[in-house]
Design a protein around this ligand. Structure first.
Ligand code: B1M
Length: 216
């Protein structure tokens, strides 16, 4: 395997400082050199976003810095997401995914969507700020096996309960399962709102979804 032309810590720095041009350039060069895309995401890109969040907490960063860091991360993910997605395999199940109402964070949800697609699922991504009724409408329309809901804010995660309830009240209640995830979500919270599953990251979301369709 050829050597990566950049020190990959530069990717971390490019995202943290919101340098989208550089983050795309380093990502492309690393991929061309054969670096594993998941290694780029897990070891360099997510830590950069975590550091941005830490600086936001201590008032070193403000919303504009978070926005440009997110833009730099998303630019690099444009190159990575297709590599995570499956090519030409029969879907093993259908997932409708979105970020809960009131919440605009979409990077983690997008990664989960890509990993599920890469894991053989057909994925319908509803985007951000998705009301409970929309999850159910789309799940019915696409005969979904799983509804996957993401939340990044402690103020919006409570809205996941509405999605669980709307699913239980719908015609889908016996044939569609609901999974939840996102930084503030725990197994305890998932159990408390009656979700069928929780995962803390994009990889384990695929394992969870596979277990759910296999046991249906
Ligand atoms: Co926001 N933000 N933000 N933000 N932001 C957080 C979440 C925060 C923790 C920062 C902090 O204070 N340290 C904090 C939340 C505090 C809290 O609720 N406890 C926060 C805040 C306060 C806010 C605002 C309220 C700020 C304001 O306006 N005053 C505001 C809210 C806007 C809204 O949503 N209504 C806001 C806005 C924003 C931006 C728009 C500027 C931007 C988002 C841009 C975008 O997404 N397009 C942003 C960002 C970038 C962040 C941080 C820095 C990074 C989030 C991220 O993308 N992480 C974040 C701090 C942090 O998380 N460290 C922060 C990388 C991503 C890959 O990880 O999303 O956790 P994550 O996804 C992981 C797992 O969680 C999991 O898998 C993913 C991959 O492993 N996962 C799932 C996610 N969804 C899943 C679903 C599943 C399974 C697993 O199954 C269904």
């Amino acid at each position: 395997m050829p050597e990566a032309p950049h020190n990959l810590h530069d990717l971390y720095e490019a995202i943290l400082t919101g340098d989208a041009t550089r983050s795309v350039e380093i990502t492309q060069a690393a991929l061309d050199a054969g670096v594993d895309p998941q290694c780029l995401v897990n070891e360099h890109m997510i830590p950069a976003m975590d550091e941005a969040g830490r600086r936001f907490e201590i008032h070193d960063f403000f919303v504009p810095e978070l926005l440009i860091a997110a833009r730099a991360m998303k630019g690099a993910l444009v190159l990575i997401r297709p590599l995570l997605a499956a090519q030409g395999v029969q879907p093993i199940g259908r997932v409708v995914i979105g970020t809960v109402k009131g919440d605009l964070h979409d990077i983690g949800k997008g990664l989960v969507a890509s990993m599920l697609a890469g894991g053989g699922f057909e994925v319908v991504d509803l985007g951000v700020d998705v009301p409970a009724s929309k999850f159910i409408e789309e799940a019915i329309k696409h005969s979904a096996d799983i509804v996957a809901v993401s939340a990044l804010l402690t103020t919006t995660m409570v809205g996941m309960k509405d999605v669980v309830q709307a699913l239980r009240d719908s015609e889908l209640r016996d044939r569609c399962r609901i999974i939840v995830g996102g930084a503030p979500i725990t197994q305890q919270f998932a159990d408390a709102i009656g979700a069928d599953g929780f995962s803390s990251n994009a990889n384990s979301a695929v394992t969870l979804a596979r277990t759910i369709v296999a046991s249906a």
